[in-house]
Write a protein that binds this ligand. Structure first.
Ligand code: HEC
Ligand code: HEC
Ligand code: HEC
Ligand code: HEC
Length: 126
């Protein structure tokens, strides 16, 4: 019995360690950065999505700008989108957060003619 508890504890430890290591294992985007979100957080299974959609370049989404000029070969995956995009646009960054997400996600789905484009397909009820 005691041995079983130790084995279970060990398995749990491994799971926690793996979950902490691969921190892109989320299935919905965290919408708590929005004050009073109107919709359920959009579904987005990060690693599976990018594998399925065959996107190798992280900077397709995690880009870096300097003076409004997109820098090639640089990426910002350590920063959440909300670090630069705010709920209301500013002079330094005129693209509000919600527009930034919608433009990035939807324009590719339209172009690829694959992936969801309707509100309820991304903001799926919990
Ligand atoms: C391709 C996926 C996708 C589609 C389609 C989409 N959204 Fe979103 N939307 C997002 C993402 C991603 C965010 C930012 C993270 C989040 O809120 O989950 C967001 C954020 C929002 C927000 C700001 C946060 C909030 O809940 O108040 C609103 C409002 C919103 N969407 C409404 C809509 C409406 C209305 C439509 C249809 C016209 C729509 N979205 C279609 C992905 C999508
Ligand atoms: C299709 C768009 C897209 C691509 C491509 C993409 N990511 Fe992300 N990633 C996101 C979004 C959206 C978030 C959530 C950002 C936020 O919460 O502000 C995110 C979050 C992350 C996070 C933070 C995880 C967390 O739990 O907060 C890491 C790390 C990350 N991505 C790494 C990568 C790496 C490395 C690559 C390339 C191999 C990559 N991403 C490619 C969209 C993308
Ligand atoms: C390090 C800061 C930074 C981060 C992090 C960042 N952006 Fe941006 N983004 C910018 C700047 C600066 C611009 C240009 C704004 C302008 O022209 O006013 C921009 C422009 C955009 C645009 C419009 C141009 C285009 O590429 O279509 C979209 C869409 C966008 N960002 C989406 C996102 C999304 C989604 C995320 C998170 C995955 C993100 N950004 C993370 C700084 C950032
Ligand atoms: C560069 C292109 C591209 C970008 C950017 C992109 N997607 Fe997608 N997405 C795709 C493609 C292609 C598919 C279809 C994959 C397939 O079925 O083969 C897809 C499928 C999906 C699906 C359905 C499959 C699944 O994983 O559940 C969801 C949900 C989705 N995308 C959400 C998003 C959200 C949210 C964003 C923005 C944070 C985003 N996508 C950004 C290309 C993209």
């Amino acid at each position: 019995m005691k041995q079983k508890v130790i084995v279970m504890g060990f398995i749990l430890f491994i799971f926690t360690a793996v979950a902490a290591f691969s921190n892109t294992e989320f299935e919905r985007l965290d919408n708590s950065v929005f004050q009073n979100p109107h919709r359920p957080g959009a579904v987005f299974d990060h690693d599976n999505h990018n594998e399925m959609a065959e996107i190798d370049d992280c900077a397709v989404c995690h880009h870096v700008y300097e003076d409004k000029i997109l820098l090639e070969d640089e990426s910002s995956e350590d920063s959440p989108c909300s670090e630069c995009h705010f709920q209301k646009g500013t002079q330094e960054n005129s693209i509000p957060l919600s527009a930034a997400y919608h433009k990035r996600c939807k324009s590719c789905h339209f172009e690829a003619n694959k992936g969801p484009v309707l509100c309820g397909e991304c903001h799926i009820k919990q």
